[in-house]
Design a binder for this molecule. Structure first.
Ligand code: GLC
Length: 718
């Protein structure tokens, strides 16, 4: 530090697109784009701390050599990238993995991604996204774990542990970055980058807990969000980045701004100009500026003028150097830059198998009337219809930069491989993704009539979700809806397979089909995983991590909402909390998912109905597999605080467990509960549980089960 010039110090606080080894030719064309030679010149001058979204061990090694051997102080570079759900092997989108209700699975896929990413010359991933998304018009729910806070916490923490592994200095340790700090999923009207106007209590009870969980799991960096929070942009929000994060939470890692988020303070109307934006972002606590170049261009003068405190600058620079040291880069600057390790693909078969298992564990069986599923591998004429039937361009989801696309296995390939007689499968697109095909519907109806069962493969193009992909209507494209209406009207039983990056409002023939499966975007092993479920090779076990509404107009929609003062009552339609067009129930609720077997729940049993202030309550339920095949059930524990100083959600998930149960078997599933899980942020911003009566469910979804009651006693009361 003492030897560093101001320019070298500020250089460590800059992160730029890695044009030396870009993942695509036209990447970052709009902002401060530099040629490869300019980037290397900046590295040689010691004016860059981190490069991002470049890939390749050999080229990375070359840039690192320049940094270490040709710059004045030889400070190694950090190489970062958006490795969100897989690197070469692509796993289901994080929202899909959330449906598995298996955080351990997410840890394993993150670990596999880390092995592949570090082999490709990366130290740092800008993941996991832990935004809580409750308005499905917003496109980035695809990158998170759905609408529920507990899922957001446990999946975020699992991914941090998976990416980072047990030793950050290991060759295959990938630094994680929970994002986007904070409340990015609360964008008004689900419109990406819009204002976030929420109560301080909602901020603390809904949007912040996943970040806290990730930090407790070992996260050392956070990425700030584009949005404002109640009028103060997150990337220059001193209360958020310093008072809460560092003073209240004691976070000693660093915060990197999202892409040009500091520059965007000007557009927000929060900063006068570049110099003002630099001052506001840096003094608020934003350590690293991404891509704008503002810190490089303006921090030296701000420090010289005494506007920015030199000690604060040194503190940020030290955080970056300490981070590099914790990753072992000062001892081994060429760690994760071994072309031999990149060439070694011995891990790939294991990762493909993991991708297949993760994908089939993410498929939610929403409906299965008449047990039309599972299908038979022989003796059944199957018509595979729809634009997703042979599609290879919409397998990976909205945010995959480095997937090995030639290894992806599409739906038709997966189905053919599963059939004893592949010729028994007829395939017909019927429509395009967004446009009708001349004669497409007629051909599809003919194919349906000639078949015993139809598999109708529909969905959103993957470009409909992800960043800046908000939709005013969360329905299928009209051309696909017309195809579905016609095919279902043919009378042949229809199994709809949906591909999507958000909850969808299902209509007409899609909604009326005999069977419906929510398949998200499943990645490299889409075909085999889907076939495993379709033909019963795997009994579907996933549950919805978000609510499928009846209608787009119900957004924002989430199960953990407070009860209205005029709640809907059965049969009473006037002056109640409902729409003209529909009740305010979900078509398919949070936590819902079917199996090829059935499960019966006994009544929940509590170790006590009087939970003392410092006590623990055990809730147990007997779950019986009443069907003929083995299956996995996700037992969900919900509570409701009946009377409190702020109105409380009608249900909140407080724990869950997926259990495998053989046919005819009964298992006892128990959970412990204490008052910490009942705490919430009150009117005076106190975070505490309140004594009183609670309902508790042990149930298969957020609308099922019978409640039992318990009372939380006050301090000192027995
Ligand atoms: C993007 C995204 C962020 C990503 C970053 C770098 O705009 O908001 O999630 O990590 O830029 O690519």
């Amino acid at each position: 530090m003492a030897r560093m010039t101001m320019e070298e110090k500020v250089g460590q606080l800059g992160c730029f697109a890695d044009m030396h080894r870009p993942f695509a030719a036209d990447v970052n064309p709009e902002v401060a784009a530099q040629s490869a030679s300019e980037v290397l010149a900046e590295v040689r001058a010691g004016r860059v701390g981190t490069l991002f979204n470049g890939v390749g061990a050999a080229l990375g090694r070359e840039a690192q050599r320049i940094a270490v051997e040709e710059s004045r102080l030889g400070i190694p570079l950090l190489f970062a990238a958006d490795v969100i759900h897989g690197m070469r092997t692509v796993f289901p989108i994080p929202l899909g993995e959330g449906a598995s209700f298996e955080p351990e699975l997410a840890r394993r896929t993150a670990r596999a991604a880390a092995i592949e990413a570090t082999a490709a010359g990366l130290h740092w991933t800008f993941a996991p996204a832990v935004d809580i998304a409750r308005d499905q018009r917003w496109g980035r729910g695809a990158e998170g774990s759905g609408e529920d806070v507990l899922l957001g916490c446990v999946f975020g923490a699992a991914r941090v542990r998976g990416f980072q592994g047990d030793d950050l200095r290991a060759e295959d340790a990938l630094l994680a970055t929970p994002k986007h700090f904070a409340a990015y999923g609360g964008a008004a009207a689900g419109l990406d980058y819009s204002q976030v106007d929420i109560s301080a209590q909602t901020l603390r009870d809904v949007h912040l807990p996943p970040f806290r969980a990730c930090i407790e799991a070992g996260a050392l960096t956070l990425m700030s969000a584009f949005n404002d929070i109640n009028g103060i942009p997150a990337s220059a929000n001193r209360w958020l980045l310093t008072d809460l994060l560092r003073t209240e939470w004691g976070f000693d890692g660093l915060v990197i701004g999202d892409y040009t988020a500091d520059m965007e303070l000007i557009a927000h109307g929060y900063a006068e100009d570049e110099r003002d934006a630099t001052r506001l972002a840096f003094t608020a606590g934003l350590d690293i500026s991404m891509q704008s170049g503002f810190y490089r261009d303006h921090l030296p003068a701000l420090v010289a003028a005494g506007v920015v405190d030199r000690a604060q600058l040194d503190a940020s620079v030290r955080r970056v150097l300490e981070l590099k040291d914790r990753l072992g880069l000062f001892d081994n600057p060429y760690r994760s830059l071994d072309p031999q390790r990149e060439a070694d693909t011995s891990h790939r078969e294991a990762h493909e198998a993991l991708a297949r298992d993760a994908a089939r564990r993410s498929i939610v069986l929403l409906k299965n009337d008449g047990d039309v599923l599972p299908l038979r591998r022989a003796g059944q004429r199957i018509a595979l219809i729809g634009p997703m039937a042979e599609d290879r361009d919409n397998l990976e989801g909205c945010w995959v930069l480095f997937g090995e696309r030639e290894r992806y296995v599409d739906l038709v390939t997966g189905l053919r491989a599963a059939l004893e007689d592949a010729d028994a499968l007829t395939v017909c697109a019927g429509s395009g993704l967004e446009e009708a095909l001349p004669g497409g519907i007629d051909a599809a109806v003919a194919a349906a009539r000639a078949a015993d069962v139809v598999v109708l493969a529909l969905g959103e193009p993957q470009r409909y979700s992800g960043e800046a992909q908000s939709r005013v209507s969360i329905t299928l494209p009209p051309a696909q809806q017309a195809l579905a209406d016609a095919v279902v009207a043919s009378g042949t039983p229809v199994v709809v397979l949906l591909r999507h990056g958000r909850a969808l409002a299902l209509e007409g023939g899609v909604r009326d089909a005999a069977a419906i499966a929510a398949c998200w975007f499943l990645g490299s092993q889409t075909g085999p995983a889907t076939a495993d479920v379709l033909f019963g090779g795997y009994n579907p076990s996933a549950r919805l991590p978000l609510s499928f509404p009846q209608h787009s107009g119900q957004q924002p929609y989430f199960y953990a909402h407070p009860r209205s003062g005029r709640p809907e009552l059965p049969g009473v339609t006037e002056f109640k909390n409902r729409w003209r067009e529909c009740t305010n129930a979900a078509l398919y609720p949070f936590g819902h998912g079917l199996s090829y077997t059935t499960f019966d729940y006994g009544a929940p049993r509590l170790s006590t109905s009087r939970l003392t202030w410092d006590g623990t309550l055990t809730a147990t339920v007997a779950v019986t597999n009443t069907g003929s095949v083995a299956g996995e059930e996700v037992v969900q524990l919900y509570v409701h605080d009946r009377v409190a100083s702020r109105v409380r959600p009608v249900r909140e998930l407080k724990d869950f467990r997926k259990v495998a149960i053989g046919p005819g078997e009964t298992v006892e599933v128990g959970f412990e509960l204490d008052r910490r899980q009942l705490a919430f942020t009150g009117p005076e911003m106190q975070s505490e549980a309140e004594p009183g009566a609670f309902d508790l469910w042990l149930a298969p979804s957020s609308v099922a089960g019978e409640a039992v009651q318990f009372e939380l006693l006050g301090p000192g009361v027995e």
